[in-house]
Design a protein around this ligand. Structure first.
Ligand SMILES: [Cu+2]
Length: 95
């Protein structure tokens, strides 16, 4: 019985980790504008679950200017957006 309890505790921990990982899920969008001078990107994005935001077109800061390298307007991307110092910022981006 004790072993069973230990196992269920381990399962509960795993579920908790899965939830935390879920908040990190990639969102999809289309790049509509790239601003390398101010390190901003405009994305026509689908719903952002972690930010509780519906689909829309909006401007984000980018966490790292290198994320804009090789990116072109009209590109379909997967990305993670989060609030960094109160600003909506793209923290991960893949083409
Ligand atoms: Cu938005």
């Amino acid at each position: 019985m004790k072993r069973l309890l230990t196992l269920s505790a381990a399962l509960a921990m795993t579920a908790g980790l899965a939830l935390a990982e879920g908040a990190h899920v990639m969102s999809s969008g289309t790049v509509t504008k790239i601003d390398t001078k101010w390190n901003k990107i405009t994305i026509d994005h689908g719903p952002l679950e972690n930010l509780d935001m519906p689909a829309m077109k909006m401007v984000f800061d980018v966490a790292n200017p290198a994320m804009l390298d090789g990116l072109s307007e009209g590109a379909a991307i997967s990305f993670v957006a989060d609030r960094v110092n109160g600003k909506l910022t793209v923290t991960e981006l893949t083409k």
